[in-house]
Design a protein around this ligand. Structure first.
Ligand SMILES: O=c1ccn([C@@H]2O[C@H](COP(=O)(O)O)[C@@H](O)[C@H]2O)c(=O)[nH]1
Length: 232
C-alpha cells in the first residue's frame, strides 16, 4: 500500500491553487481538494489538477440520507479522483449506499474513506456537545469498524488513533490522518495532533498537511520536511 503526504489545498480559487503548485516545479504532490476550493470552482478544479498529473483526494465529507449520498457518489466518482470521503456518523446504511454509487461503469472506483471524529474535536466536546458518552477512542474505533463492515477502504482519523485502528481493522485498512503539525508549529483549531515523524511511528498511511505547508514562508521546503520525516 502506498504511503504519501497529501497537501490540503485550502484555497478559494483555481488561480491561487495553481500559483501555489507552480512553486513545486516538476514535482506533482498528492493534493486534497476540500469544500472551500470545490464550492468555489466546482468540478473544473478537479480536471485542472488531474490534467497536470496530480493524484486527488476529494474531501467533501458527504453526510446525508443514503439515497442522496449514493447518487452524489456516482457523480463525484465520474470525476476520476483517487480518494473520496464521507462521514461515518451517517451510519452503515449510508456508507453501504455510497459504496453502491461509487462504482463506475468499468467496475473501477476511487478509494472511499470515512471520517471518524474530526481532528478538531476534543474528548470534552464529544461528551458535552455531541452528547456521546463513549470515549473518543471507543467512538473512533466503533466508527472505523462500521466503515470496514460497509466495505470502505479506510478512515480519516488523528494519527494518534492509527495504531489502534490497524490493530482492530487490519493493516490493509488505511488511515488518512490530518492534524499534522511540526514540533514548533501552532495547533490552531486542531486538537488531536502529531508531528509527521510521530504519525510515521504510529503507522499512518497518509498524512494530510495544510497550513504547515501552505502558510509556510517556504512551502516546498516544508513539503520536503514532511516527506523526509514521514516517508524516508
Ligand atoms: O478530521 C479531519 C478531517 C479533515 N481535515 C481537513 O484536513 C486539512 C487539515 O488542514 P491543516 O491546515 O493542516 O489543519 C483541512 O483541509 C481539513 O478540512 C481535518 O483537518 N480533520
Amino acid at each position: 500500500m502506498g504511503k504519501d503526504v497529501i497537501i490540503a489545498c485550502d484555497f478559494s480559487s483555481t488561480s491561487e491553487t495553481l500559483k501555489f503548485l507552480e512553486q513545486f516545479g516538476s514535482i506533482r504532490p498528492y493534493v486534497k481538494i476540500g469544500m472551500e476550493l470545490y464550492y468555489a470552482e466546482g468540478p473544473t478544479i478537479v480536471r485542472e489538477l488531474k490534467v497536470r498529473g496530480h493524484k486527488i483526494f476529494l474531501d467533501l465529507k458527504l453526510h446525508d440520507i443514503p439515497n442522496t449520498v449514493k447518487r452524489t457518489m456516482r457523480i463525484l466518482s465520474s470525476l476520476n479522483v483517487d480518494m473520496i470521503n464521507l462521514h461515518a456518523a451517517g451510519t452503515s446504511s449510508m456508507m453501504e449506499a455510497a459504496m453502491e454509487g461509487v462504482i463506475k461503469y468499468d467496475g473501477s472506483r476511487p478509494l472511499v474513506i470515512a471520517v471518524t471524529q474530526l481532528t478538531s474535536i476534543s474528548e470534552e466536546q464529544l461528551h458535552n456537545e455531541l452528547l456521546i458518552n463513549e470515549s473518543l477512542k471507543n467512538t473512533v474505533l466503533a466508527y472505523a469498524a462500521n466503515a470496514k463492515s460497509a466495505g470502505l477502504d479506510g478512515v480519516v482519523c488523528s494519527p494518534l488513533e492509527s495504531q489502534i485502528i490497524h490493530e482492530k481493522c487490519g493493516n490493509n485498512f488505511i488511515t488518512v490522518t490530518p492534524g499534522i503539525r511540526f514540533p514548533d508549529g501552532d495547533k490552531s483549531d486542531q486538537v488531536r495532533v502529531t508531528t509527521p515523524a510521530q504519525a510515521k511511528e504510529l503507522g499512518s498511511d497518509y498524512i494530510v498537511v495544510g497550513r504547515p505547508i501552505t502558510q509556510s514562508e517556504d512551502p516546498v521546503s516544508a513539503y520536503h520536511r514532511c516527506i523526509k520525516d514521514f516517508l524516508v
